[in-house]
Design a protein around this ligand. Structure first.
Ligand code: GDP
Ligand code: MN
Length: 349
């Protein structure tokens, strides 16, 4: 049977029989989760959601990464829940420590000061290692090298709708390199000099900047200042070969040298977002409206009642963050010239 790729329930050709079938060729792809042993039960909840709504019909593999060895409980529980094969990797120390050019005393003072100012995770060294790892190293772990696409899953997420097609196949067949479901403004205190570093990179590497880039998503003044918009990276489906490419690695290397992962608290979300927006063409970035998602405290609930009913969604459309004032998704639609879905105006603030 012919399976139309990613047909939306809003499409007149939609046929409800398309829900629940496990069609199409498999992609070279994996789920990937960075987690601590203590995350096991929150991870279990996420896996259950992903399996029920999608992976039980596809059985994609799942890679777990940790800066410490996974314990038996973590491995047993997650292996029992994932319908595909599971793999467990320990992150090498070089990918989870202070690079030699970082002034430890200065970094310590920053943590003290940001902690005193009650900036979220401001006092944490491990959170900074996590952000740097997700920015620059997860895609080069030995277990990840054989895959072309990844889907990042964090502990304690929810999926509210059936996923009626293979998102990896959408990425592959539409030639997408990066995708998102939620976007918002970053907390400025954590990235004060990230844009200065970005501008330095642009100056040093004009050859890496894509012709049809998404600077308009990042900046309201043609690149002079950053508007702090970012794709929320606790969900992402992306192309690993892109992250392993010279433009991305040069970008990460340049930021890493500037030290902001430790002297500030740069998140992997703005880092991935700036990279995707500048190094890729607009058409390489995809918004998955039909993947209904929650990570505390934001919800993406698909706009469009037909979609929500066809995909057996259990999210409240009023909780959808997409069109609220603090979301950047409207801006993404605008710069890409995409028509906003019917009913979006009812969901604004
Ligand atoms: P938040 O979503 O920004 O509040 O941060 P999380 O606590 O969810 O951390 C983001 C991801 O990194 C999650 O997948 C966590 O399980 C993982 N993570 C955070 N800190 C550590 C750590 O110290 N070690 C390991 N192995 N994973 C971590
Ligand atoms: Mn999280």
């Amino acid at each position: 049977k012919e399976y139309p790729l990613a047909l939306s329930p809003e499409d007149p050709n939609w046929n409800v029989d398309l829900v629940g079938i496990a069609p199409g060729p498999r992609m070279n792809a994996t789920f990937v989760s960075l987690a601590r042993n203590s995350d096991v039960w929150d991870m279990a909840r996420s896996i259950r959601q992903v399996e029920d709504r999608f992976n039980r019909r596809y059985n994609y593999e799942w890679v777990f990464l940790n800066d410490e060895p996974f314990d038996d409980t973590f491995k047993k529980v997650t292996t029992s829940l994932v319908s595909g094969k599971t793999y467990y990797g320990e992150i090498p120390k070089e990918h989870w420590s202070f690079p030699k050019w970082i002034d430890q005393e200065k970094a310590q003072k920053v943590r003290q000061d940001m902690g005193d100012r009650k900036i979220i995770y401001g006092d944490s060294a491990s959170y900074r290692h996590m952000c740097r790892f997700e920015s620059g190293f997860f895609f080069r772990q030995p277990l990840m090298l054989n895959y072309e696409y990844y889907w990042r899953v964090e502990p304690s997420i929810e999926l509210y709708c059936d996923i009626h097609y293979d998102p990896f196949r959408v990425m592959a067949e539409k030639g997408k390199k990066y995708s998102f479901v939620l976007s918002l403004y970053e907390y400025v205190e954590t990235i004060k000099t990230l844009w200065d570093s970005t501008k330095k990179f642009i100056k040093n590497h004009p050859e890496h900047i894509a012709k049809d880039n998404s600077m308009g998503f990042l900046s309201d003044d043609n690149g002079d200042t950053y508007n702090n918009c970012h794709f929320w990276s606790n969900f992402e489906i992306g192309n690993l070969d892109w992250l392993r490419s010279k433009p991305y690695l040069d970008f990460f290397e340049s930021l890493d040298q500037d030290g902001g992962f430790f002297y500030e608290r740069w998140g992997d979300a703005p880092v991935h977002t700036i990279a995707a927006s500048l190094l890729l063409n607009k058409s390489d970035i995809h918004f998955f409206n039909d993947i209904a998602y929650w990570h505390v405290p934001f919800t993406h609930c698909p706009t469009g009642e037909k979609t929500r009913l066809a995909l057996q969604c259990h999210c409240n459309p009023n909780d959808n963050f997409d069109w609220k004032g603090y979301s950047c998704t409207s801006r993404f639609f605008d710069i890409n010239g995409i028509t906003k879905p019917e009913g979006y105006a009812d969901q604004q603030d």
